[in-house]
Structures are given as C-alpha cells and as structure tokens.
Write a protein that binds this ligand. Structure first.
Ligand SMILES: Cc1cc2nc3c(=O)[nH]c(=O)nc-3n(C[C@H](O)[C@H](O)[C@H](O)COP(=O)(O)O)c2cc1C
Length: 298
C-alpha cells in the first residue's frame, strides 16, 4: 500500500522529525514522515528542502491546524499525509485529489470507522503507551483488536512502544501489518533536539513516563478534553500530574521556569515527550539502524 521495503513508519513527531530524519528513514526502506505539527509552513519549507529528493510524507495535527496548513503541506507533493487528533474525515478528499495517501492515526474504533468511511488508506492504531499526545483509554493490543475486528480490510499500523520486528510480530496477532515508531526514532542522531534530551531517552525507563496535561498548561496549547500527553517524569509532573486544575490557577511562575529549563536543557524540568517503550533505548543510534530492526518485506 505505501510502497515501502520494511514495514516501519516514522511517526511525525512535531518539530523533532525533520527532513534529515524523514529522509534517512525512507532511504533505509521505511517511510519517513515529517512532523509538521500544527502546520507551520516556514518550518516545513525548510525541512522539505533538507529532505531533498527522498520520498517522504508529512503529518499534521488537525484540531489546531493553521489556516491553509493542509494546502501548504500538499504543495510539497508528499507521498502521504498523516492526519491525527481532531477531525480527520474532511481532509481526506483533498489529500487524494493531490495524489497522496491518507494515513489516519486514531485512538478509538469510532474514529477509525469515520476515517475509513471517508476513504482513509491506512489506519494507525495508537495505544496509550505511546509517547506524545493521544487518548488515554486503551492499550495498543486492545485498540488494534477492536479496529481489526470492526474493519478487517483496512491496512492497520501499530503505534505505541514499538521498537523492532519482534514487537511487530506480536502486534500482527492483533491485526497490524506495520509499525509506527516515535520514541525509538527520537533517540537517533538525525532527530532534531539537544544532546541532553536524547541522553535522557537513554537514561529513563518506561515506568518513568506519565500521561498528564501538565505541559499543556505550562507550554500550551491546551489540548481538547479527552487527550493527555505522555512525557518522561519531571519535577513538574511529579508535583502537578492529577492536579492540573490547581496548576492552571497559578501557572505563570512554572511557565517562566520552563522557558529557563528549555534554554538550559534542564531535563529534570523540561518537557520530553516519550512513550513507555523508552526503556528499550540503550544508546543513540542512526535512523537506518532502527529501520533495519525490521525485516525486509519485498
Ligand atoms: C516527541 C513526539 C512528538 C509527537 N508528535 C506528534 C505529532 O505531531 N503528530 C502526531 O500525529 N503524533 C505525534 N506523536 C505521537 C506519534 O504519532 C506516535 O503515536 C507515538 O510516537 C507512538 O508511540 P512511541 O512513541 O512509543 O513509538 C509524537 C510522539 C512523540 C514521542
């Protein structure tokens, strides 16, 4: 369906998955998808130039998409558009009209059904173990099983704690044909972030991650109800996770502290989106090395 040699997709991590990482994943036989975030056209112009001639896709978060964001993305002629978090169905027809595939990441069977009815080419089932934002209800196996039961004909990709072929083989039992990796590709040389952030991915364990809305309040934007974000634990999540309403009433000092933590790469405070699978990361490697953990399928 996606014309790739190895059944692995780079999940479009906003501002972390740039042109260098996406190109490296595609050139190694997977599908690199740039993290277009909310649709910042300037960032995408720059990163698509870095990706050069590589066959890559682009991801967008739909609930807060910049005006004209989808058109700006399609103007780069990506091979695929990854839609997630918010309304997906209305965007599928323009993607097809531009000759690209529509990959839709969902957290529930209802979202999957709507996307498939609107013509989605591939569904990514996101489990709650995933890094970054998502729905907190269902673990990956449950999400996959529900979707593959309801929609047996749609190509299904597993997201959440996937690291290698053995993980995909296990997910295959629940209907997955491929894997989408975020956290594992974050810990690569090509990902965009400072050395301290990647070092922390090596150091922390899966049980050191937590889902909360703490960083929504501290850095914004505040995501709609029903979504939380999984990060490495920090002094801020230790203090405020589960008490976000209280945090919201006196957030300014923490916002200032976070700005400083970003400037100083203070990973005890700074946000680090990461999934439970982070425990499998033992070193920062090349993106090709991650892709090659998956068997060649053609
Ligand atoms: C740093 C980071 C940023 C992310 N940003 C996005 C995003 O912009 N859009 C999106 O659809 N998913 C985003 N995600 C979630 C991924 O699409 C995917 O569901 C997740 O990475 C899979 O779980 P894993 O991190 O355990 O591999 C992000 C994940 C991480 C770790």
């Amino acid at each position: 369906m996606l014309g790739i040699e190895r059944p692995v997709l780079l999940a479009p991590m906003a501002k972390v998955a740039g042109g260098e990482l996406a190109a490296a994943v595609s050139n190694a036989g997977g599908l690199g998808i740039l993290g277009g975030g909310y649709g910042d056209a300037g960032w995408l112009d720059k990163e698509m130039t870095v990706a050069g001639d590589a066959r890559v896709g682009v991801g967008v978060i739909t609930w807060n998409m910049a005006e004209g964001g989808l058109a700006a993305m399609l103007s780069h002629e990506p091979c695929a558009l990854w839609l997630a978090f918010g309304e997906l169905a209305p965007h599928i027809a323009p993607i097809h009209a531009a000759g690209a595939k529509a990959i839709c990441q969902v957290g529930t069977v209802g979202e999957a059904r709507e996307a498939v009815e609107a013509g989605a080419d591939v569904i990514v089932a996101q489990g709650t173990e995933s890094g970054g934002h998502g729905r907190p209800q269902f673990r990956l196996r449950e999400t996959l099983a529900q979707i593959s039961d309801a929609l047996p004909d749609v190509p299904l990709v597993a997201a959440g704690g996937m690291n290698d072929q053995a993980d995909l083989d296990a997910a295959h039992e629940f209907g997955a044909a491929g894997a989408a990796l975020g956290t594992a590709f974050y810990a690569t040389h090509e990902a965009i972030d400072v050395r301290e952030a990647k070092g922390r991915l090596v150091d922390v364990d899966g049980s050191d991650t937590i889902r909360s809305r703490v960083y929504d309040h501290i850095r914004g934007p505040l995501w709609p109800e029903g979504y939380t974000g999984r990060t490495a634990r920090t002094s801020l999540t230790d203090e405020w996770a589960g008490r976000e309403d209280e945090l919201a009433s006196n957030v300014e000092p923490h916002q200032a502290a976070h700005v400083e933590a970003v400037a100083n790469a203070d990973m005890g405070v700074r946000v680090l989106w990461a999934g439970e699978g982070v425990g499998a990361i033992t070193e920062v490697v090349s993106a090709a090395a991650v892709v090659e953990r998956f068997e060649r399928s053609r």
